[in-house]
Design a protein around this ligand. Structure first.
Ligand SMILES: Nc1nc2c(ncn2[C@@H]2O[C@H](COP(=O)(O)OP(=O)(O)OP(=O)(O)O)[C@@H](O)[C@H]2O)c(=O)[nH]1
Ligand SMILES: [Mg+2]
Ligand SMILES: [Zn+2]
Length: 352
């Protein structure tokens, strides 16, 4: 069925069946423009709006599985009634002073953190991306793009591997088809991969290379500083050759973190391991006696800049956590259950 092409699997089918939802009422959000969502359904691609009926509070994002229904007339947009509980949630701290988090995408299996080798590496920025991805529940991979423009490919790759802490690191170049083939072979059909990185690093180029056709628009970088021009303006999922689903995203100017828990442990596994040996359970690695983390820095086993980066992220994340409602997740689940109850009373969804 068509939904499988967009990542529908047994686990999702089970989730829907438990709620008595027929697959004809399911769709995947593959694009969004303000108040209109592009949804792939069993019967094809449809434009959908949020239902005006009460019950839906979480705004669907690209990657979400949603419960939908056709409009009264064939030319009318479809309605979105509910969002299926998300498997993974990729989010960042929202810009501005108001705080809160912004969900970038949902149900992403893997995130490619893209760094262009025509620019110097910023390890602190990479750590920030890694923390955000580990936090999402998706698996991070680091993609070093523009290998043909690298000044010191091996040196940079080595440096990245140290920071990536076990996450897979891959090199690609639009000039070398073999690198693209290797990347394609690493993807299972139906898996969803989000590309993440600053503007101009070659995210959309990579989508097109893997698709072997121009699906996403690309733009040149500025001659002086090699910065991108923010060519991609919306998040969108493309099916590429081999059946993987690539979520292209606009280049990020900065990546603010939301609350981090697993994210910090994932991106800084070395510090988390060391911290186990600190004398005090709640050691802040800030001069306390018997601190294994500071000892590691002293003996040259831990980069002091890395520790500084860790502490900065930790402080930022703690600040965000204080702002976010700890009951938000529970509330989302309740909302889903209520939406499902309402839906079951709808004649179309009554179990026979
Ligand atoms: N030499 C070389 N150029 C590349 C490679 N990959 C991408 N580029 C170039 O880098 C520029 C930016 O590529 P895009 O794919 O538009 O970058 P993007 O990350 O999608 O940028 P935004 O959409 O602005 O976030 C284009 O001129 C590409 O041709 C590569 O492997 N080698
Ligand atoms: Mg782009
Ligand atoms: Zn300590």
């Amino acid at each position: 069925m068509a939904l499988n092409l967009w990542g529908w699997d047994d686990q999702w089918a089970k989730c829907a069946a438990q709620e008595g939802i027929d697959s004809s009422s399911i769709g995947r959000v593959v694009g969004q423009d303000r108040a209109s969502w592009s949804v792939q359904t069993d019967s094809g691609s449809e434009q959908a709006r949020l239902t005006s009926k009460p019950g839906i509070h979480s705004t669907p994002v690209v990657g979400d599985w949603v419960v939908v229904e056709p409009g009264p007339m064939p030319s009318d947009p479809w309605s979105i009634f509910a969002v299926l509980p998300r498997r993974t949630i990729l989010s960042r701290g929202a810009a501005g002073t108001g705080g809160g988090t912004q969900v970038l995408a949902a149900n992403v299996d893997k995130v490619w953190i893209v760094h262009g080798l025509d620019m110097p590496l910023n390890p602190r920025r990479l750590e920030r991306y890694l923390a955000v991805v580990w936090e999402s529940g998706a698996t991070p991979e680091v993609i070093l793009s523009k290998a043909d423009l690298a000044e010191d490919l091996e040196g940079t790759a080595k440096q990245v591997k140290v920071v990536a802490m076990g996450a897979t690191v891959r090199c690609v170049s639009s000039e070398d088809p073999e690198t693209v083939r290797d990347l394609r072979n690493s993807l299972a059909p139906g898996c969803t991969v989000s590309l993440l990185g600053p503007s101009g690093v070659g995210k959309s180029t990579l989508v097109n290379l893997l698709a072997e056709e121009t699906l996403a628009e690309t733009g040149t970088v500025r001659a002086g500083d090699r910065k991108g021009r923010h060519t991609t303006v919306r998040r969108e999922i493309f099916r590429v050759l081999g059946g993987a689903l690539l979520l292209d995203t606009p280049g990020l100017r900065e990546l603010r973190v939301g609350a981090l828990d697993e994210g910090l442990r994932g991106a800084f596994a070395d510090i988390a391991d060391l911290a186990e040996h600190c004398r005090f359970r709640n050691c802040r690695h800030d001069g306390e006696p018997g601190c294994a983390v500071l000892e590691a820095v002293e003996f040259g086993n831990l980069d002091s800049d890395r520790l500084a980066g860790f502490r900065k992220l930790q402080a930022e994340a703690a600040h965000e956590a204080r702002k976010t409602d700890p009951l938000a997740r529970a509330a989302a689940l309740t909302e889903w259950k209520t939406a499902m109850k309402t839906l079951k009373h709808h004649p179309k969804h009554k179990r026979r």
